[in-house]
Design a protein around this ligand. Structure first.
Ligand code: ADP
Ligand code: MG
Length: 699
């Protein structure tokens, strides 16, 4: 069902409109009338004849026509009745401002469910309850009590917090920042964040979708849709609740390092969503994304009248990993023809402290022609002769004459540059408080361009033995076992093409020595118990055993010591394992996030993984490129590539391991968490080995 009537209704009824100033019912009616809305407005209130010069009706039916949109402000206990009235007269779009529903507990939740039931039955869409309302500048619809109608603009905003929306609106109005629309989604009983993002994606007045979210209703659907929409309209989100409180006690390393914060990071990365750290930053980004073209690449030129400001910008460019545009000889020659000889003709181009508008206009015009320049950052500090307003007008002229490349401005200072800033605001040239804020914005734009230009994601499928894995998992679940231990985890991994060390279980010292004999020395002994998750922690791993005597001694020692340390652990014996060739130890893991599905992890492995926390996450299923990017993100990557003359290890093998693991966890949603730690990798040409693994499953 379309949300069109929330954007551009021809008629609006306000149920609970009031003549008392300060009441929400008054504020909304007043905003509707004073913002210049051109459709019909019908106040509904039993105890008034007329409000704000409009005839007032006792109920919806008395209007005699069907309002396209109904705004509900009456107390919670009357809302259900109003919904029934809407159903009876055929209204299909309702905004429920009233609070006192799900957010107050069980009682409120019941009422909210009732309301949704009426809506579903009658084909009504609801925004709210417990929200601030809706503002759409193109139709001059201000169905909110948040504040006055903002200027028209290209940013569509949705917020899960009404109070925050009020602050955003106030900031926007004070600074003349425009919006296409603002939606307060409240309890999202019916219309949720995804519905609105989809509606904004289809709205011709919206170029950028921005929002503040606390939760996401359907993670999988959200990722899929956001990824599609991001190719067309940038999505800028603030997400609160960035803690790992949601992660329940995890038994795997991956589980304990993942958390809801990591899940959101992964989801944003996949879907191309641009994350904003604060409201200020969101305004910064929105201004540029909504009003400037995207850059072709990541090289930036700085145009300034002050050396210091130029250096600050240059530092920020370097820190953010953008590139500093190398101007062509032709550009430099051209600059020399008109700028004073003392000017700097290289990036940052310094037109000197006494520069007036003409130098800026000339230089900007030349720089915009340089093929090595993707973005221009114009800086100005107010010096004795500076004409901020004239310079801003010159920048606007030059930019409008060559509108293909983004131009961002940073006129530093306050009162002396205020007139210039005003010019930028009107001409929609984004203006920043500091060079750093401008550069951070350019970085967000360049990253987004890179995200958009990625080749289509192709996930490779390996031939595997699914049957085998299915039977192991089924058997565990049938017996109510959640943890799959090392031996059977390895069978699962072998079925998905991983190599594992040979070995068998021994229950006596004698047997252990016999197995070691067959495997060939040296061997490794590991305690074998479903209750011991991290074997080294209890002295349950002994490597490099070179003789039958060493094996027997190690066996006896483990059987003597471990039961003392872990009196409740059920000890079944020991695993005697061949000793792997040495190599780098990395960890490959997965933690299944309840909202977004499998989060793959790669990092520095072995027993230090949780101490060093040098790990990277990404959402499965992984493409080859994504698997490699995960490696590159860690510091371990430098070690893996080889440092100081040491030969590097086989990077491709690790990336393939991650992809195989990604296939396993995608094909088996029963797997909740798993670690391969360590995954031992050697130089190219050798086989990587999954030395230790653990998997936990759930129905
Ligand atoms: P846990 O993680 O439960 O403590 P692991 O099986 O991962 O036990 O063993 C701990 C460490 O012992 C590994 O990180 C690795 O360094 C070493 N190790 C274990 N098994 C082998 C093996 N078969 N070959 C070589 N080294 C091993
Ligand atoms: Mg281990």
């Amino acid at each position: 069902m379309s949300l069109e009537s929330f954007f551009n209704p021809k008629s609006v009824a306000i149920v609970g409109a009031s003549r008392k100033k300060g009441k929400v019912g008054y504020e909304i009616l007043h905003h509707m009338v004073s913002s210049g809305f051109e459709g019909q407005v019908w106040p509904v209130n039993r105890s008034s004849e007329e409000i704000e010069g409009l005839k007032c009706y006792p109920d919806l039916a008395s209007i005699g026509q069907t309002p396209e949109l109904v705004i509900v402000i009456v107390p919670a206990k009357f809302v259900l009745g109003v919904m029934e009235e809407c159903a009876a007269i055929g209204t299909k779009s309702v905004i429920i401002i009233t609070a006192g529903f799900k957010e107050i507990g069980e009682e409120g939740k019941k009422l909210e469910d009732e309301i949704v039931r009426v809506a579903r039955r009658s084909g009504i869409r609801i925004i709210g309850p417990n929200c601030l309302g809706v503002i759409v500048t193109a139709s001059k619809l201000n169905a909110s009590f948040g504040g006055k109608l903002p200027d028209p603009g290209h940013t569509g905003y949705l917020s899960q917090s009404g109070a925050l929306l009020a602050a955003i609106l106030d900031t926007a109005n004070a600074n003349g920042i425009g919006f296409s629309s603002l939606f307060s989604i409240g309890n999202k009983a019916d219309v949720d964040e995804l519905d609105l993002i989809q509606a904004l994606a289809a709205d011709p007045n919206t170029k950028v979708i921005a929002g503040y979210l606390e939760s996401i209703t359907d993670g999988n659907e959200f990722v899929r849709e956001a990824e599609r929409i991001s190719h067309d309209k940038p999505i800028l989100l603030m997400k609160s609740g960035g803690t790992s409180a949601g992660a329940k006690a995890a038994s795997s390393h991956t589980g304990s390092l993942a958390g809801s914060e990591v899940a959101y990071e992964c989801m944003f990365a996949r879907a191309g969503i641009i994350r904003c750290e604060s409201i200020t930053q969101q305004f910064d980004f929105a201004q540029a994304f909504a009003n400037q073209p995207l850059p072709k690449g990541s090289s930036v030129v700085v145009l300034t009248n002050a050396g210091g400001a130029g250096i600050m910008a240059a530092d920020a460019i370097e820190r953010q990993g953008l590139s500093f545009a190398k101007l062509t000889d032709e550009t430099i020659e051209k600059l020399k023809t008109s700028l004073p000889p003392a000017a700097n003709f290289y990036n940052p181009v310094d037109v000197l402290g006494d520069a007036l508008a003409d130098r800026y206009e000339f230089a900007l015009d030349v720089l915009l022609d340089d093929p090595n320049v993707d973005t221009v950052l114009v800086l100005l500090t107010p010096q004795a002769m500076t004409d901020a307003q004239g310079t801003a007008e010159a920048v606007v002229r030059a930019t409008q004459a060559k509108p293909e490349k983004p131009v961002l401005a940073c006129f530093m200072g306050a009162s002396k540059v205020a007139d210039g800033v005003k010019v930028f605001r009107e001409a929609k040239i984004p203006q920043y408080e500091s060079p750093e804020a401008a550069v951070t914005t350019i970085k967000a734009m360049a990253d987004h361009v890179r995200w958009r230009s990625q080749p289509k994601r192709v996930v490779k499928l390996f031939p595997v033995n699914r049957r085998k894995v299915e039977s192991i998992i089924e058997r565990h679940l049938r017996h109510g076992l959640r943890e799959i231990g090392e031996a059977e985890s390895k069978e699962i991994l072998e079925a998905y093409g991983f190599a594992t060390p040979k070995g068998s279980i021994a229950t006596t010292a004698e047997q252990a020595a016999n197995i070691a004999q067959q495997l060939g020395y040296p061997v490794v002994l590991k305690i074998w118990s479903p209750d011991i998750l991290h074997k080294s922690d209890v002295g349950g791993v002994k490597v490099g055993l070179k003789s039958a005597k060493e094996v027997k001694d190690a066996f006896d020692l483990m059987m003597y010591r471990i039961p003392k340390k872990e009196p409740n652990a059920h000890i079944l014996g020991v695993l005697v394992q061949e000793m792997c060739r040495s190599g780098r130890e990395v960890i490959l893991g997965m933690h299944r996030d309840p909202h977004f599905g499998p989060l793959m992890m790669f990092g520095m492995g072995g027993i230090m993984v949780e101490v060093l926390k040098d790990v990277a996450f990404y959402l499965a299923p992984l493409t080859g490129e994504e698997a490699k990017q995960m490696l590159v993100k860690t510091k371990t990557y430098q070690l893996l590539k080889g440092v100081r003359g040491q030969e590097g290890v086989d990077i491709e093998t690790i990336a393939e391991g991650l992809q195989r693991l990604s296939q396993l966890v995608t094909e088996f949603p029963q797997i909740q968490e798993m670690d391969i730690n360590p995954y031992v990798v050697g130089v190219p040409g050798t086989t990587a080995i999954a030395v230790d693994a653990r998997i936990s499953v759930e129905k």
